[in-house]
Unconditional design. Structure first.
Length: 261
């Protein structure tokens, strides 16, 4: 059975250092690897991860041109599952290119893109994504370095979930990084999954397990947040905390079902 990391970031080599350096400066995070394709392949291989969802973020409307680059990664490397992105100012028709390009979905990082995810201007985008069967991955909750996630608190996803029951949604960082008390309102929807990206050592183990129980083990996806996390370390942590049988759901069964593998 294939194993998946549902949350990783790589960039073109000519911009990777600038982008990751900026994230380190703003959020106080530290990379484990360079945010380039060669490094993510090495890290994943070391942990026996067969497929990696590589997520793009269009911080500005013109950044949708990177969708073609991410799509090309998927054509070149069997291990990479490419996701594109879109900005609130883009025409939803940009998504019509995704199936032909091989992009499985899109990433929305509300704090980086500077809009609320439940802004009504985004609804035509969600509607088209649902029609196309695309997966939407959202950053949720706060950021590292004490930066408040003004645009990505759990309450800002409720309207989206309820308005688009056929939209495939992944809420990164268990639905609300450092906003754990507000996540319950997002639980119990058939179209919503939660990933584990960046959680090990950043959340108390008992809270991690209790939240997973409330979310439901069939709704959880293993994610790393590469290059800020290492695949082998993250996998070992999850398997030790949850056991290998449950972890197999996060690593294999659930992502395979969502992706249609």
């Amino acid at each position: 059975m294939l194993t998946f990391d549902f949350h990783a970031h790589v960039f073109r080599e000519d911009v990777a250092e600038k982008l990751i350096g900026k994230m380190e400066e703003i959020y106080g995070v530290k990379r484990r690897y360079n945010a380039v394709v060669g490094d993510v392949l090495v890290s994943a291989e070391s942990a026996g991860i067969d497929r990696v969802a590589v997520l793009s973020i269009a911080n500005r409307p013109e950044h949708v041109h990177f969708n073609d680059w991410y799509a090309d990664l998927g054509r070149k490397y069997e291990k990479i599952i490419p996701f594109g992105s879109i900005h609130i100012e883009n025409d939803p028709a940009e998504l019509d290119r995704f199936p032909k390009l091989g992009l499985k979905g899109l990433k929305i990082q509300p704090n980086a893109q500077r809009f609320y995810p439940d802004d009504k201007r985004m609804f035509p985008i969600y509607k088209r994504a649902a029609e196309l069967g695309l997966i939407v991955v959202f950053h949720t909750g706060d950021e590292e370095g004490g930066v408040k996630g003004t645009f990505s608190q759990p309450k800002q996803f409720v309207k989206i979930i309820e308005s688009f029951p056929k939209l495939k949604i992944v809420l990164a960082h268990f639905g609300g990084y450092k906003a754990w008390d507000s996540v319950d309102q997002l639980i119990g929807y058939d179209n919503v999954y939660f990933d584990t990206a960046y959680l090990p050592t950043r959340i108390n183990d008992d809270l991690f397990v209790s939240m997973a129980e409330r979310i439901g083990f069939d709704r959880i996806l293993f994610g790393t947040d590469f290059p800020f996390r290492d695949h082998k370390t993250e996998r070992e942590y999850i398997e030790k905390l949850f056991g290998k049988d449950l972890s197999a759901k996060f690593l294999s069964e659930n992502p395979a079902r969502l992706l249609g593998f």
